[in-house]
Design a protein around this ligand. Structure first.
Ligand SMILES: N[C@@H](CCC(=O)N[C@@H](CS)C(=O)NCC(=O)O)C(=O)O
Length: 314
């Protein structure tokens, strides 16, 4: 893992932990907002903003999903980093499966961070929403980027789709918080636990939450009623990685996703929404996760499971 300390790359032990061996996620972020009227200093303008993503990363995945659903492909450009976090952190390059940095021809994502803030101290993460005009990072927190994509760009994208409708906001917020804690981050708590007790607790909490989601989907097709909302699209990147990465590598193996009939059908339904399958890249997902040295020192990538066909089948 790579941090920047005063703009310089430093090695850091894999992930911060508590004394009990529990995994704890660090937060150090750029938190500016794009608005339709520009009152925030960042007006929604086509061609001005750019997303840096990893196709393996579940947090970056959300931003690609909302960009696709809101039809913002021609409005917000994208560059993909190499699938593996290397000695200098996230890197650009066409050598493997990423794309070169199309804006500045940089080699590493940390150079984008230090362009925005030369003395940046913190973790160099994806996604990054970049402003070409101001040459700065607008925001690198996925939950906020998707809110901006949903609401600020209606003059340039699909204004009919609202993933965060006003009457449902309370319910969506509550579900998001619970799903983040128990599922999105829950898999990491199991995967990076460094004591048996921390793992046992994390894995039980995770599967209790999946059981509850399975029950919830017996009454309704989506988490908040009849149509997918932001809550579904925040859950989907974790579900679509579940059997591929979390079941094996993160030891989340009490059940597989395919063993939950409703959750599995629900994941397939979301996968088949137009534009979504293109955002799911199993090659990047496998390469990212199975290259994490603390969890898989030899970097061997498993062959199975073949989910792509099963997710796409009518
Ligand atoms: N809070 C951030 C978290 C993003 C995040 O953790 N990204 C990971 C990849 S999945 C990352 O870039 N990690 C780099 C590192 O830990 O060195 C968000 O949701 O946008």
């Amino acid at each position: 893992m790579k941090d920047l300390v005063d703009g310089v790359v430093r090695e850091r032990p894999f992930e911060p932990e508590t004394e009990n061996g529990e995994f704890r996620r660090e937060e150090r972020t750029f938190r500016n907002w794009i608005t339709a009227d520009g009152s925030s200093g960042f007006p929604a303008e086509p061609g001005r903003y750019h997303l840096y993503v990893s196709l393996g990363c579940p947090w970056a995945h959300r931003t690609l999903i909302v960009r696709a659903l809101k039809r913002l492909e021609a409005v917000i450009s994208v560059a993909v980093v190499e699938p593996i976090i290397g000695p200098q952190g996230w890197a650009f390059g066409e050598a493997s499966r990423g794309t070169a940095d199309p804006l500045y021809g940089k080699q590493y994502l940390h150079e984008i961070y230090t362009m925005a803030q030369p003395s940046f101290t913190g973790i160099v993460t994806v996604p990054v929403l970049w402003d070409r005009r101001e040459r700065t990072i607008v925001n690198n927190e996925s939950s906020e980027i998707i809110r901006m994509f949903n609401s600020a760009f209606d003059a340039h994208g699909d204004a009919r789709l609202d993933l965060y409708p006003r009457p449902l906001r309370h319910e969506i917020d509550a579900l998001n918080a619970w799903i983040y804690d128990r599922v999105n981050n829950g898999v990491y708590q199991a995967g990076f636990a460094s004591t048996q007790a921390a793992y046992d607790q994390a894995v039980d909490r995770l599967f209790a939450a999946l059981d509850e989601l399975e029950r919830r989907l017996s009454d309704q097709p989506y988490l908040v009623g009849e149509r997918p909302t932001e809550a579904d699209w925040r859950l989907f990147p974790t579900l679509v990685r579940f059997d591929m990465a979390y079941h094996g590598l993160f030891k989340c193996n009490i059940r597989r996703l395919v063993d939950y009939p409703r959750l599995w059908e629900y994941t397939r339904r979301l996968y088949q929404v137009p534009g979504i399958a293109e955002t799911v890249r199993f090659d990047h997902i496998k390469r990212l996760y199975y290259s994490l040295p603390t969890l898989n020192p030899n970097g061997i990538i498993p062959k199975g499971p073949d989910l792509e066909n099963r997710l796409g089948q009518p």
